[in-house]
Write a protein that binds this ligand. Structure first.
Ligand code: DX5
Ligand code: ZN
Length: 220
């Protein structure tokens, strides 16, 4: 099933050179990236620690790109307001996290920010059903969250992208369908063919010899 929404490419800062994050953000923009994806990890929800609101603020100061903040943390309800203040344009929380999902999503929107809901590869799509009419973005993780550079998990996750698309059409909603993890010039076409329109890519873009060519290829 093809979807008509325009394809959005979101380079993931996790794979960038953090010691020059302002330059890396500019490099991604010059290369044709649309959004910038920022992976926040708390060392509890996932077995890795990345960065917090202060780092997001630094990225905010260095670019006008749409900042797509992905909270891989146990208590997004407790922390989301600090990421709003830091300048996030979208904040995606995990359905598996330990919070009142509907309340968190409403709070993010009330703060004037777009809100997204993510599910990891082992989580059934049904867990998302109660929230589909409360989100601007649905993130289907195509790797187990926590690390960049992992392999795309096609069989476990593409049926969920298809379900996200068919539910969106059935309910007359218009959330973005985002995929994240192992996305490169090959797997991006598989994700698009199943219904995804926002493509997060870290390693395949920041490590590419020619980032602009890789992004152009991803848009095909
Ligand atoms: C993983 C993060 C992804 C990751 C993608 O937990 O959510 O955004 O940075 O990295 P690649 O594209 O290298 O798989
Ligand atoms: Zn991410």
């Amino acid at each position: 099933m093809k979807n008509s929404t325009p394809r959005i490419i979101a380079p993931s800062i996790l794979a960038a050179d953090w010691s020059h994050v302002a330059d890396e953000a500019q490099r991604a923009k010059q290369a044709g990236g649309d959004w910038l994806h920022l992976d926040v990890m708390d060392g509890h929800f996932v077995d890795n620690i990345s960065f917090g609101p202060t780092y997001v603020e630094a990225v905010r100061k260095s670019t006008d790109q749409y900042l797509d903040v992905h909270l891989m943390i146990t208590r997004p309800d407790h922390f989301y307001s600090r990421f709003v203040e830091a300048g996030a344009d979208n904040i995606t929380v995990h359905v598996e996290s330990d919070h009142d999902v509907a309340k968190t999503l409403a709070g993010i929107r009330e703060a004037g920010c777009h809100c997204g809901l993510a599910l990891s590869p082992d989580t059934p799509f049904d867990d998302m059903l109660p929230f589909l009419d409360q989100i601007d973005l649905l993130l289907v993780m195509t790797v187990r969250p926590g690390y960049g550079g992992q392999a795309f998990m096609e069989t476990e996750t593409m049926p969920k992208v298809q379900q996200a698309l068919s539910e969106r059409e059935r309910l007359g909603l218009n959330y973005h369908i985002e995929v994240d993890g192992g996305i490169d010039i090959k797997t991006v076409q598989i994700a698009a063919a199943n219904g995804a329109n926002v493509m997060v890519a870290g390693t395949s873009l920041f490590a590419a010899p020619d980032m602009a060519a890789a992004i152009a290829e991803m848009r095909r």
